[in-house]
Design a protein around this ligand. Structure first.
Ligand SMILES: [Zn+2]
Length: 407
């Protein structure tokens, strides 16, 4: 089966008819359908499918038994989505992984070490708020007890959601045995910017990932009547929030980073009332740690200043953080030479987006391939990659697996 057919078989799963975006949240019906799709794709290829203790799925192309355990080459990405996300972010890496295995087999390639396809759980944090949850649990980067207590927007805990999907939340935690068996991880991902478009290249190699994180800001004021409360008497949390949003833009621009308020909740949410509280989430990213610290402290200072001026309380809490990632230079070098041998010149780029490969990079050699995104739009139904570029991505991944898993 070629890339196009496999891609088409996943495309309808979890797509919202009204927006055209994807709502593949962990352990919901859409996610369970994605998981069934993964099992089916593995079964069709005779790959050995396993779900690990953290809800990550693995499909293994086992190598013939050889003397001494040879560490595996793993490729893959994630199947979950942000709210109304695009079709490519995550699934492109998994569909390409299966298609690359098909291509290698069609060529008669026999791996000298196991090749795995991984689908990491809750990469986007779209349901439980902590990005890369599955890979963080796998590597021990997050405490399993804290993870079990994470709640979604309806107050359902991760433990409850996992149990509902037939998984055992008590088993969550680092999996050293699994990690020890992996020699390299390569994630293929749609580019989430327009770097490759600008360079005229269909495929690129990641250099590293900017440090990034999420901060929650709670502005607490006083609910009151919109028609009777004099301006001077108000403690309106919306005002310092608004000032903070504008400052975030300034701070990001001043330090060469990015700052976004993409989620905000006004309570109680009445059109004719002053809010009692405004809860907002800052997503901040920058090329280096110093610049990121500057962005966040400038936003926080502005929030405190504006809150004070309006008689509003504010608290700021870091919800998640990923330090800068520099991918293994030796592995990156092998990718570049494998691509060159296959006739592909792949530029090297940095990214501001977090990925499971970035989490795994703390524990084992990891690398990433990017596939050109013509408009550079991601986390949106408008996210796109040309079919020809997807095919080039499969060829690139096959060349890389061939290099890493060959004799
Ligand atoms: Zn992704």
């Amino acid at each position: 089966m070629g890339f196009a057919e496999l891609w088409a078989s996943l495309l309808p799963v979890g797509r919202d008819a009204a927006t055209g975006g994807y709502r593949r949240y962990s352990f919901t019906a859409a996610d369970l359908a994605c998981r069934a799709w993964f099992r089916e794709a593995a079964a069709q290829r005779g790959l050995r499918e396993v779900c690990d203790r953290n809800g990550n799925m693995w499909a293994w192309w086992d190598a013939p038994a050889v003397a001494g355990a040879s560490p595996a080459v793993v490729t893959g990405s994630h199947l979950d989505s942000v709210p109304d996300g695009g079709a490519y972010d995550g699934p492109l890496g998994i569909v390409s992984a299966f298609a690359a295995i098909d291509e290698l087999r069609a060529r008669g390639f026999a791996p000298a070490r196991p090749v795995g396809v991984a689908a990491f759980c809750e990469e986007e944090g779209g349901r439980f708020g902590l990005a890369c949850l599955g890979s963080r649990l796998l590597t021990g980067a997050v405490d399993p007890a804290a993870a079990r207590d994470l709640t979604d927007g309806d107050g359902v805990t991760l433990a409850e959601a996992m149990a509902g999907a037939g998984l055992d939340p008590a088993a969550l935690g680092a999996d050293e045995e699994l990690l020890a068996g992996i020699g390299a991880f390569v994630e293929l991902h749609v580019e989430q910017g327009s770097g490759l478009s600008g360079l005229g290249a269909p495929v690129g190699v990641a250099e590293g990932i900017w440090p990034h994180g999420r901060w929650r800001l709670d502005f607490t004021g006083r609910a009151d009547h919109a028609g009777t409360t004099r301006l001077a008497d108000r403690r309106d949390p919306m005002l310092p929030y608004a000032a903070t949003v504008l400052e975030a833009r300034q701070a990001a621009s001043a330090h060469g980073g990015l700052a976004t308020f993409g989620k905000v909740v006004a309570e109680p949410g009445a059109a004719n009332a002053i809010s009692s509280a405004v809860r907002a989430w800052l997503d901040a990213r920058a090329p280096d740690q110093g610049a990121l610290d500057h962005v966040v402290s400038q936003v926080e200072a502005a929030a405190r200043r504006a809150a004070g001026a309006h008689g509003v309380e504010v608290s700021v809490r870091r919800e998640s953080f990923t330090p800068p990632v520099v991918f293994d230079p030796a592995l990156r070098g092998r990718l570049i030479s494998a691509l060159a041998a296959a006739g592909m010149a792949a530029p090297v780029l940095a990214t501001g987006a977090g990925h499971d490969a970035g989490v795994l990079a703390a524990r084992l050699p990891a690398a990433m391939l990017f596939v050109r995104n013509p408009a550079g739009v991601s986390h949106s139904p408008a996210e796109r990659a040309e079919p020809a570029d997807c095919e080039t991505g499969v060829a690139a991944l096959a060349a890389v697996i061939g290099e890493l898993a060959g004799r």
